[in-house]
Design a protein around this ligand. Structure first.
Ligand code: RTP
Ligand code: MG
Length: 143
């Protein structure tokens, strides 16, 4: 199986609940390794740029306001099938539909404030990683 990288964000609701460590534990237990990380408080413009694919959708303004409402923890996760594995660990977009034991089932309050972001495919992952990280920011494991 291919080693992939994906972009993950612990969103402002989960950072506010002091759940960064608990969510990192889910990634590590699933075999996903954190190979880059940074905390940021996104500006509206940075959030708009990141979610540009959703521009024009009815939820876009609320999404941008939420994503710039407090600090986020942004990481690159690496592992076998990292994109799909991260989406599995995250659970469905709407926490009411998320499988038991997933991050969104356990930490998200609503579809609007749903604890984590994860890239939805390998091409998106490459684009999203480069939105926040330079190649030299990524630290592949040596052991
Ligand atoms: P994300 O990009 O944040 O990882 O979430 P996702 O792939 O599971 O969902 P996506 O379709 O990309 O939507 C991005 C975020 O917009 C909000 N949303 N609200 N009210 C709605 O119908 C609706 N649809 C999407 C969610 O907060 C979602 O995480
Ligand atoms: Mg998405």
């Amino acid at each position: 199986m291919a080693i992939e990288r994906t972009l993950s964000i612990v969103k402002p609701d989960a950072v506010g609940k002091n759940a960064i460590g608990a969510i990192y534990d889910r990634f590590e237990k699933a075999g996903l390794r954190i190979v880059a990380a940074r905390m940021m408080h996104l500006t509206r413009a940075q959030a708009e740029g990141f979610y540009a694919v959703h521009k024009g959708r009815p939820f876009f303004n609320d999404l941008v306001a939420f994503m710039s409402s407090g600090p986020v923890m942004i990481q690159v996760l690496e592992g076998e099938n990292a994109v799909a594995k991260n989406r599995e660990v995250m659970g469905a977009t709407n926490p009411k539909a998320a499988a038991a034991g997933t991050i969104r089932a356990d930490f998200a309050a609503s579809i609007d404030e749903n604890a984590v972001h994860g890239s939805d495919g390998p091409d998106t992952a490459r684009a999203e990683i480069s939105y926040f990280f330079a190649d030299t920011d990524i630290c592949p494991r040596t052991r």
